[in-house]
Design a protein around this ligand. Structure first.
Ligand SMILES: Nc1nc2c(ncn2[C@@H]2O[C@H](COP(=O)(O)OP(=O)(O)OP(=O)(O)O)[C@@H](O)[C@H]2O)c(=O)[nH]1
Length: 319
């Protein structure tokens, strides 16, 4: 008798815990009709166990991904194996509102769901249980960390004044391009350019005006690029562009377009109009170029020549 009472108590406690546990518990039969719906599911769906018992899950929740979920459930019935649905694969199965104060920014509850085969006393899998875990806190933390990392990566590659790539990242682009040439013989050109007499701009209008000029040129440069070009701020008033699959002649058309655009668009700063020009050097990658640094030095050489020949011009490097 006492043993019986113990067993009854145990069962009673278990039922109590199933009802109150902060995890969703659902039992479905072979036709996906709901046999058990615990307190968690009631609280978040607003539907009581009495109202939902015997109802078909997919008719009650038409927004569930029925085909996908049924396929998963069928395999649990057939193979008698567990199946898992992670929030990273699908943020939620049941669209419940998120009420947690800490993760108040999430609109809905992120869920991990386990599908568990339930065997009858004769060993046949006649039912299946869905265990729904609220993983909103974990998901939001992970998503925030990921967003912060993306932001950090962007910051570590970007020049603050111009939003172009910084020198370090630009050099990586150039090295990759050189490797492509070494391996596959792909053509590419490198452009280095520099603002003419920039010291005079600073001396005449002040450093703030100089910064505005640098930003203005970076803006025109960004608008003149193709998707595959990689542009960076190489130094103070020096810029660099790697142009994939581009011969020197074609790069020259680009530099001339950029040069004339810049010469024709003076910068307005505190009521004054500041006009600047740029000088550009172009170097194509090719057989005599033995390293990425030699390629860079060729472009630099062409830029130096452009300065020597009177500035405001583009020069293609020649041996
Ligand atoms: N405002 C501003 N000035 C900078 C920045 N970086 C470098 N400079 C200035 O750019 C000027 C570069 O001067 P130089 O290298 O002599 O060249 P330049 O006057 O442009 O003359 P050429 O290149 O020979 O045409 C220096 O006065 C630097 O102080 C920056 O971020 N902002």
């Amino acid at each position: 008798m006492a043993q019986n009472a113990d067993a009854m108590n145990e069962l009673h406690w278990l039922i109590d815990m199933v009802q109150t546990i902060e995890v969703g518990l659902v039992v479905l039969d072979r036709n996906f009709n709901i046999q058990l719906w615990n307190g968690f599911m009631e609280n978040h769906s607003g539907i009581s166990p009495n109202a939902i018992k015997g109802c078909n899950l997919f008719e009650q929740f038409p927004n569930l991904p029925a085909n996908w979920l049924k396929q998963k459930m069928e395999s649990v019935f057939l193979l008698k194996n567990r199946a898992f649905i992670s929030w990273e694969q699908r943020p939620f199965v049941f669209k419940f509102k998120n009420y947690r104060p800490i993760t108040g920014r999430a609109e809905f509850m992120y869920q991990n769901v386990t599908l568990l085969p339930l065997a009858s006393l004769t060993g046949q899998v006649t039912h299946l249980s869905m265990i729904v875990y609220d993983v909103t806190d974990i998901a939001i933390n992970k998503l925030q960390l990921k967003a912060a990392n993306t932001q950090l990566e962007h910051l570590s590659q970007t020049d603050g004044l111009t939003q172009l790539f910084n020198r370090r990242h630009w050099q990586q682009c150039m090295n990759h391009e050189y490797e492509r040439f070494s391996r596959y013989g792909d053509s590419a050109s490198l452009v280095m350019f520099d603002i003419d007499h920039f010291k005079r701009v600073n001396d005449t209008y002040g450093h703030m005006a100089g910064d505005k000029v640098i930003q203005h040129i970076a803006h025109i440069l960004s608008q003149s690029l193709r998707e595959t070009d990689c542009a960076g701020r190489y130094g103070g008033e020096e810029f660099a562009v790697v142009m994939s699959n581009t011969r020197a002649r074609d790069a020259w058309h680009f530099t001339e377009r950029l040069r004339t655009r810049i010469a024709a668009s003076p910068i307005q700063f505190e009521g004054q109009s500041i006009q600047v020009t740029i000088s550009l050097g172009i170097a194509e990658v090719g057989d005599p170029v033995e390293s990425a640094s030699m390629w860079l030095s060729n472009a630099d050489h062409a830029l130096y020549q452009a300065k020597q020949e009177g500035r405001n011009r583009s020069i293609i490097f020649e041996e």
